[in-house]
Design a protein around this ligand. Sequence first.
Ligand SMILES: Cc1cc2nc3c(=O)[nH]c(=O)nc-3n(C[C@H](O)[C@H](O)[C@H](O)COP(=O)(O)O)c2cc1C
Length: 413
Amino acid sequence: MIMDSDHLKEAGKQAMRAARKINRLRSLGIVTAGAAVLVAGITAYKKQDSLYRTFVMPAVRLLPAETSHQLALLACKYRVYPRSQYEDNANLQTKFFGRMLKNPIGIAAGFDKNAEAVDGLQDMGFGFVEVGTVTPAAQEGNPKPRVFRLVEDRAIINRYGFNSEGHQAVLQRLRLLRSKEDFNGVVGVNLGRNKETMSPMADYVQGVRVFGPVADYLVINVSSPNTKGLRDMQTKSKLTELLEHVNEARTRLERNKNVPILLKLSPDLSLSDMKDIVSVINRKKSRVDGLIVTNTTVSRDNINASNKTAKEVGGLSGEPLRARSTEMIAQMYVLTDGKIPIIGVGGVASGYDAYEKIEAGASYVQVYTALVYEGPGLVDQIKAELSSLITSLGHANVQDVVGTNAKFYLPKK
Ligand SMILES: Cc1cc2nc3c(=O)[nH]c(=O)nc-3n(C[C@H](O)[C@H](O)[C@H](O)COP(=O)(O)O)c2cc1C
């Protein structure tokens, strides 16, 4: 049995490596803007995922990264993308804080910061959508340019710095969404603080008050590297105080009093930082219901040495983050005895990558950067691959895989 599973895993790994190579070659193809427009028109007729991947995505990459992001958001909002062709297999169904998800794959925070395209993202096949980061007052974020592609590394560096339309604008959109009879999606709201604020803690508390009643879960984001001092809130004393305030604010909610609160962590934490965090979240007064592992990294390990863009300041995401994120999922899973659900995120670009995160200890998986390179068809691809891996490795359901191989991903001593 162990041999069988090892062989299957090795075969899966080889298939994934080959797929990545092909995609890299494709992205080097020269695509004219005219062809791009033509193909974009054709893809509006849906069901054209291969054209999308081969032509549209490389063409979109000729535009500045932030412009592409805005276009992608519009495409999601107005559903100008190939329709999802994959009917979620029953083995992907999973419980999510008292709700049921059709599949455990979500869109990570930062793609739809202002909740403009939630139902479009759900129709693309995501099992859940996280919007934000949202700050109390609207703010511009850092000056442009502030997003950079590292194509060869399948990575992105961003220093958006929490550009946000602010609580009220996002709240109005979420209320409208909830008022639609046909909307039954799972939506999380990722909370941040303003750059200029009298009290960072009060910003998060306000986030709980404003979004508690309309969110399926809330995320305390103290791990983005682009707001000065933000990550210091992960230290033991500050985190304890913050989470106590946040928990207290939740008890005072009139509606949705049990809205789950998740904490999003940085991949740059040391083992001793992680142990401190676990001691904080194990206390009743400062507990959290789940963890999101991980945000972007300030490390530049695993990047092509010749890549000059790597020098840009900001958080790195995508393939170079993948292994560290999986390692940290395993570390947090072991440190919390598997008792706190984890959303695993960082460099997922295939069903195999998602499976790794889940066997390391994640109950759910989010995606962002790979979507930028592969396009919307990636969601179906990840789900189909994940579903067949679950079956071929002898499991009945994705929930049975969670943490089954956590020790394998722990750092080697
Ligand atoms: C352009 C960009 C903007 C992001 N903005 C946010 C954000 O506002 N809040 C947040 O918690 N994470 C943000 N992230 C981090 C992602 O949610 C995710 O944790 C990280 O990118 C790792 O996943 P990936 O490798 O699949 O992209 C952002 C990532 C990118 C690439």
